[in-house]
Design a protein around this ligand. Structure first.
Ligand code: HEC
Length: 204
């Protein structure tokens, strides 16, 4: 048995690696568009991608310095701040939207409720929620670790409004810039991260 496995392993090792065919980007784009024949009208621009998405795709999310700087500047320009510069809403509402993955899916048209942020799909937040993804870093004690500083509150708002400002070619959605969440909802998510009463920071 062992010998058979050894021979098998050897024969695999001896096989030449399959030649990698170069994918024609235009063909791939056509196939992607054809795959969504009934997509809602507001999806059209998402299938092409805006300038930032195109630059991120072209560089495999690793843009050269000058391109990264251009992305940061462009994305920073999309940020709309709350008129009273109050960045914190209600953490309880923030927790609900962090749990909700509603919005932008085929089954969500026409919309029947507010979009969610689906934060737990990628991040750990409260201790109570044990089901979370790890694509993004843990946000446990996010505010506490930053001493609840006002600059950190503002930075969290900017991060949520447009993730590419701080991290060009981030894989986190641009919640404000792409109108996934409203300003009020972003403030609620900021409160979940930054309020001293939030379970993210109390550890409850
Ligand atoms: C599709 C996955 C995904 C989703 C959904 C997502 N994030 Fe992220 N997030 C990331 C990744 C990846 C990073 C790390 C790269 C970066 O900073 O952009 C990140 C970074 C962050 C950071 C910065 C962390 C730091 O080191 O300072 C914050 C804050 C954050 N996310 C909050 C949220 C909140 C709140 C939500 C929900 C409204 C959310 N994220 C939804 C993937 C995601």
């Amino acid at each position: 048995m062992r010998i058979t496995i050894a021979i098998l392993a050897l024969s695999f090792a001896a096989m030449p690696a399959p030649a990698q065919k170069k994918v024609d980007p235009a063909r791939a784009d056509t196939a992607i568009k054809a795959a969504f024949p009934t997509a809602p009208a507001d999806w059209a621009s998402r299938l092409t991608g805006d300038e930032t998405m195109q630059q991120c795709s072209a560089s495999h999310n690793n843009p050269a310095k000058d391109v990264a700087a251009a992305i940061q500047k462009r994305e920073q320009g999309t940020i709309v701040y709350p008129p009273d510069n109050n960045f914190m809403g209600d953490w309880q509402k923030g927790e609900r939207l962090a749990q909700s993955g509603y919005g932008l899916r085929f089954t969500d048209y026409p919309p029947r409720q507010a979009n969610g942020g689906n934060c737990y799909a990628c991040h750990q937040l409260t201790k109570n929620e044990v089901s979370y993804g790890t694509l993004g870093p843990s946000l446990s004690e996010y505010g506490k670790l930053r001493d609840f500083k006002p600059e950190a509150v503002k930075a969290a708002y900017e991060k949520l409004y447009n993730s590419h400002m701080a991290f060009p070619c981030s894989t986190m959605p641009r919640f404000g810039a792409n109108k996934i969440l409203t300003i009020e909802q972003i403030k609620d998510a900021v409160a979940l991260l930054m309020s001293p009463e939030s379970p993210v920071n109390t550890g409850k």
